[in-house]
Design a protein around this ligand. Sequence first.
Ligand code: PYC
Length: 333
Amino acid sequence: MARHSFFCIDGHTCGNPVRVVTGGSIPVLKGSTMFEKRQHFLAEYDWIRKSLCFEPRGHDMMSGSILYPPSSEDYDIAILFIETSGCLPMCGHGTIGTVTTMIEHGLVTPKTPGLLRLETPAGLVEARYVQNGPYVDSVTLTNVPSFLLGRDYEVEVDGIGTLKVDIAYGGNFYAIVEPQANYADLSDLEPSDIVRLSPKLRAAFNARHSIVHPTNPALNQLTHVQWTGKPKHAGSSGRNAVFYGDKAIDRSPCGTGTSARLAQLFATGRLKEGEAFVHESIIGSTFTGRVAGTTTVGGVPAIIPTIEGWARVTGYNTIFVDDRDPFWAGFQV
Ligand code: PYC
């Protein structure tokens, strides 16, 4: 009989779960970068992600992180993201929650107070946090360079018809759906519609179009769908619902999704450098995004996005994965 224990601190960022694995049966990973270590984890230890994220220990939206020592002195700590859909190269809500958890529990000693330099599979992410006694009030990420890859790709989506989508990268690739002939506004879609239509859109897109990250050829699939619309609350600039995995709708405004949206709005002249973009999620929580600067990625014009949000820790959770349990590896229905 084998029983593995994982010491976790559970919380959420603007409503979306973040399970930070702080100790227990965490495997040592091979590789000189976090991207290579992520490949090793996926090849040999993916059962850990599934058992911690899928039912009965998790649920459709479950996501989190595993903390690792960084591969160089340039970083304070390294993060492997885990969630129901796999190990994302970058996760914004996961980073905000992980930073809040680490600082509130003394799990990392920042070289510079108020700043953590994080090694993620997608590259360096800086996180500036505002501490208030034992708590972290907010975290502002400087995310990986984000860019608009292309505009007006046509996809035929069974159940809604032809849609035109823009493709932007913000740490993951997003199809951004803006109001148009067959889609009036996000308020017209129920969560069940988003879960029904998004995988069809993603599959139709990937069958018809090829995309590739200009400097990382391993990133060559559309993975996330972002439905956009009018905000519901005064003070918000826009609203979104981000679909990921098989059934998940981000409860937060999605950090990488907001970065992709900023890149799209900036590239199309609808957002200026430094201007605040208050992004509202399907539950009304908000991130504030900004274009902090510009750069290029493999020759493609890109922005440097910042995303500000907050997270709350909800409790401690020691999780057992026991091979006497027929559902030790988790399941999805
Ligand atoms: O916040 O980047 C994000 C994210 C990706 C998937 C779910 N949340």
